[in-house]
Design a protein around this ligand. Structure first.
Ligand code: SF4
Ligand code: SF4
Ligand code: SF4
Length: 586
């Protein structure tokens, strides 16, 4: 969205692509047509784009191309904490990693020149902490480009047949060799050497990214910044060998301070072997630095003290003698995903039928938590239908195989497994909960609402049309308003009873987005209250349904609504067994 804001003021074209592979290819098309381009995605997004990325690295670029990919150590909001630096080694691509917001800005500019000079796609790796960091950033001149966009027809270069890519592989290896030779001159690598000793030894460190910034803080904390040698890496693939050799031959012990995998450590150990330094230097890494989770400043402070033998006792955190109730992430009040989950549970209970509910990536993943606890599996974007294909083949008929995903995930990678299900006649019920936004990542537009990244009117694509086009018969497709609970349940029962591949589409705009519209247009919401005389204190509304706007007064044994949170969707009227919720003001 921030890029979209720049579009009116600069000659930039930007789009929100349906998935990362398409985003990469779209940007690569720009590069082939002599335009500088960038594709942005999170770490697992690069898995999706990797098919194109790997071979694009063979072809090389015309306009400089950068892939910005953000890793998520500690998995704050991701399904894994893979270290995407490996993609650089895997694809023979240069990898940049900035350590401050200013450096991120300076480096990205340099990355385009570097990409063109070395005929390589640059992988620009960041991590959560840097991305969430804020700092004043000094801007430079915005240079006007005189490049002419246009494709150069060259089948020998751009077509990925082996007769082309075989020699390109040779060239790729040569390019990587050249980048390796020049890595020591990379302007964002910095070697600081010190002759001084701590406890009789000369210590050295290697770090990159935000970890380098934390390392400097730790050095300042211990007052040893001038007493140790440090290699700061901005180019994390390929590594600057001369700098490393200089460092490794001027110290006694080296600690590689890297978050996640021991990528530098393994390479440094191999270099030490090649350079016959085996008995002259001790190289440490994961024996001091954790391989899992985010590397926090306090961990680095403690581990550096252990490594150098500095006296340091980490402060003990005061133990708070209070029990804090766990607060699991919840879907918003009036979220339509909750409604269809409720209906699924109701129907499962009514027909005494177990579901294997294969879930997907989106806000609805939160259905795994209490009180709904309805997600049985989840793997990756689009994985719900994919896995349901497997379950459908081996699951007894009295268990219903379902796949649950949202509109954005369906467009991202749900279409191919749906076609697979239809083609192979894999019996399943697919629920595509359509709220018309890519909600979990910040409410971006997508084909379901038809608006583009820049909020222009694109083409709205109806999920039911796509599903029909994929071969699902019309009688096996249900679309229904997700706030109409009676109708939703009735239609869902029909879908459960039907056979073959069925697609059920509950539809209502993401409640958070709707709230923005409501506020903007000053629309008055219905006021819902709990009739205290009718409430029997069963707690179904809080313990089984779980709209965060509903609270329970344990002294009075009655439910009540937090009016600040309530969005007036009226679903609670449906779920309460004693009809205690009612509209007091329309
Ligand atoms: S952001 Fe939208 S989709 Fe996500 S939980 Fe909230 S209402 Fe539901
Ligand atoms: S579900 Fe109805 S009766 Fe039960 S606690 Fe909630 S409001 Fe009261
Ligand atoms: S009307 Fe009921 S279900 Fe809807 S947001 Fe308000 S309390 Fe929650």
């Amino acid at each position: 969205p921030n890029v979209a804001k720049c579009v009116p003021y600069h000659p930039i074209k930007a789009e929100w692509s349906v998935n990362e592979k398409v985003a990469f290819e779209c940007a690569y098309g720009g590069s082939m047509a002599n335009v500088r381009s960038v594709a942005v995605m999170k770490h697992v997004g690069l898995n999706v784009a990797s098919d194109s990325f790997m071979t694009a690295c063979y072809h090389g670029v015309r306009g400089g191309m950068v892939v910005i990919s953000a890793d998520d150590p500690n998995q704050f909001s991701s399904q894994n904490e893979q270290d995407n630096r490996y993609y650089g080694l895997h694809a023979l691509a240069p990898v940049f990693e900035p350590s401050t917001p200013q450096e991120a800005k300076d480096m990205i500019k340099y990355a385009f020149d570097f990409s063109e000079k070395n005929n390589s796609v640059v992988l620009f790796r960041t991590t959560t902490r840097l991305n969430h960091g804020r700092a004043d950033v000094e801007f430079g001149e915005i240079n006007k480009s005189d490049r002419e966009p246009g494709f150069d027809w060259d089948r020998n270069r751009w077509v990925c047949v082996p007769s082309n890519t075989r020699p390109q592989r040779t060239d790729l290896l040569r390019r990587m060799e050249k980048m390796t030779e020049e890595a020591d001159d990379f302007p964002f690598n910095k070697l600081t050497l010190s002759e001084e000793k701590i406890n009789g030894k000369r210590f050295g460190f290697v770090a990159t990214g935000i970890t380098y910034s934390h390392l400097l803080d730790a050095m300042n904390f211990h007052g040893i910044k001038d007493k140790v040698s440090i290699l700061k890496l901005g180019l994390v693939n390929p590594l600057p060998r001369k700098m490393l050799k200089k460092l490794m031959t001027s110290i006694d012990e080296l600690l590689i301070v890297e978050e996640l995998e021991p990528i530098f450590e393994e390479q440094c150990k191999a270099f030490a072997f090649d350079w016959n330094l085996g008995d002259k230097i001790k190289i440490h890494g994961k024996d001091f630095i954790p391989q899992q989770g985010e590397l926090k400043p306090e961990t680095i402070i403690t581990q550096i003290a252990k490594f150098t033998g500095i006296d340091y006792n980490p402060p003990e955190l005061p133990s708070l003698d209070i029990s804090v109730p766990p607060r699991l992430p919840q879907m918003c009040p009036a979220c339509s995903h909750r409604n269809i989950y409720w209906v699924m549970k109701e129907v499962s209970k009514k027909y005494k039928m177990k579901f294997i509910n294969n879930n997907d990536i989106g806000c609805y993943s939160l259905g795994v938590n209490k009180p709904l606890e309805i997600a049985d599996t989840a793997l990756c974007m689009g994985g719900s239908i994919g896995m349901a294909n497997g379950f459908a083949k081996i699951t007894p008929k009295d268990i219903l195989v379902t796949a649950f995903l949202g509109d954005s995930t369906f467009f991202h990678s749900g279409v191919a497994p749906l076609i697979n299900a239809v083609y192979n006649k894999n019996d399943m019920l697919i629920i595509i909960s359509d709220n018309s936004f890519t909600s979990m990542t910040g409410g971006q537009n997508n084909p379901s609402n038809g608006k583009t990244l820049t909020d222009e009117v694109g083409t709205r694509i109806l999920i039911e049309d796509v599903v029909k086009g994929c071969g699902v018969p019309e009688e096996n497709i249900w679309v229904h308003e997700a706030y109409d609970m009676e109708g939703l349940r009735e239609k869902f029962e029909q879908a459960v009873k039907a056979k073959g591949v069925r697609v059920f589409i509950p539809r209502h705009m993401c409640s958070l987005q709707e709230l923005r519209l409501i506020k903007k247009n000053k629309i008055k919401l219905p006021v819902i209250k709990v009739d205290q005389d009718l409430c029997i204190g069963c707690q179904i509304c809080v313990r089984q349904f779980g709209c965060p706007a509903i609270n329970f007064d344990y002294e009075m044994r009655k439910a009540y609504i937090d009016q600040k949170q309530c969005r007036g969707c009226k679903t609670c009227i449906y779920i309460c067994p004693s009809k205690a919720f009612h509209v007091v003001d329309e």
